[in-house]
Design a protein around this ligand. Sequence first.
Ligand code: IPM
Ligand code: MN
Length: 350
Amino acid sequence: MYKIAVLPCDGIGPEVIREGLKVLAVAAEKYGIKYETTDYDIGGDRYLRTGEILPESVMAELAEMDAIYLGSVGHPDVTPGILEKGILLKIRFEFDQYVNLRPIKLYPGVWTPIKDKGPEDIDFMVVRENTEDMYVGIGGTMKQDTPDEVALQTAVYTRKGTERIIRYAFELCRKRARKHTLHMVDKANVLTYGHGLWTRTYAEVGKEYPDIKQEHAFVDACCMWFVKNPEWFDTVVTTNMFGDIITDLGAMIQGGMGVAASGNVNPEGVSMFEPIHGSAPKYTGQNVICPIATIAAASMMLDHLGETEAAAAIERAISEALSSGKLGDLSTKSGISTTEQGDLVASLVR
Ligand code: IPM
Ligand code: MN
């Protein structure tokens, strides 16, 4: 019996999570998977009502779960940063979810802005480091709001943190058995200390993986190649900050935020699965957001739990739904509601 914590959170989070749970229920029934969910009322509304963000009592309960399924975080009436740091980053950091897996996969039937590229060209995995870099929250300001203001935002890279994510990426690349190519993306030509550590660690760990072709790209060039030659990529490992940025670009070449899923993984602990998109406040309650990313995140969650057949069934259903053309252009103007999209995928799993 799996215990799954459900945190729909803000904006359209509850709407997409509802469809994800619908598909999960069908897959679980079909493959005989037993699970129970616990809903948590976390997010901007609760914060505005009670001042609480993520109470320690909830953190203690999350620690006992097999997985966390999260919708989206961000509220128009809350200063940016409070909920992001207090919910998303708190969970990622405190549960040491040091791997952020972000598949960039163009499903058949999905429009990509890249001319002449198809599903066979766009199918790679970004392995984003998820606990270090500029995200650690170390820094400060001096003489704030004066012309002499000084601001520091420190990027932290540790040998342990760098090594474990690079090793994870090598192992994953070996398992994917696609092109056996790993790209390490950094900015070592400027960030000579921090990314010097990445360069040295990549070379050292790489010696253990002679079967993997080891490539390197500076982050700016990587952005160019994602668009120009996406077929070069199989597995990409990068820092937290760059991973955040290049996966929004990745989401666009795979057809948009509506299809981009992610997993925050601690291989030995509690992991969290979520769409990479935000809470889209202006569409809240309209039932127009594409739930595919959140449904795909449920598939990643099942895969992580070892339920590979059920995970693959959801992936197949997503693929079929998208190639059927019945989901329209996946935008908020597609004319196909969030509910209908979830229903279609659920029926295809069944
Ligand atoms: C993401 C988001 C988060 C991040 C924000 C909301 C803190 O953009 O998951 O990509 O920067 O990691
Ligand atoms: Mn992001």
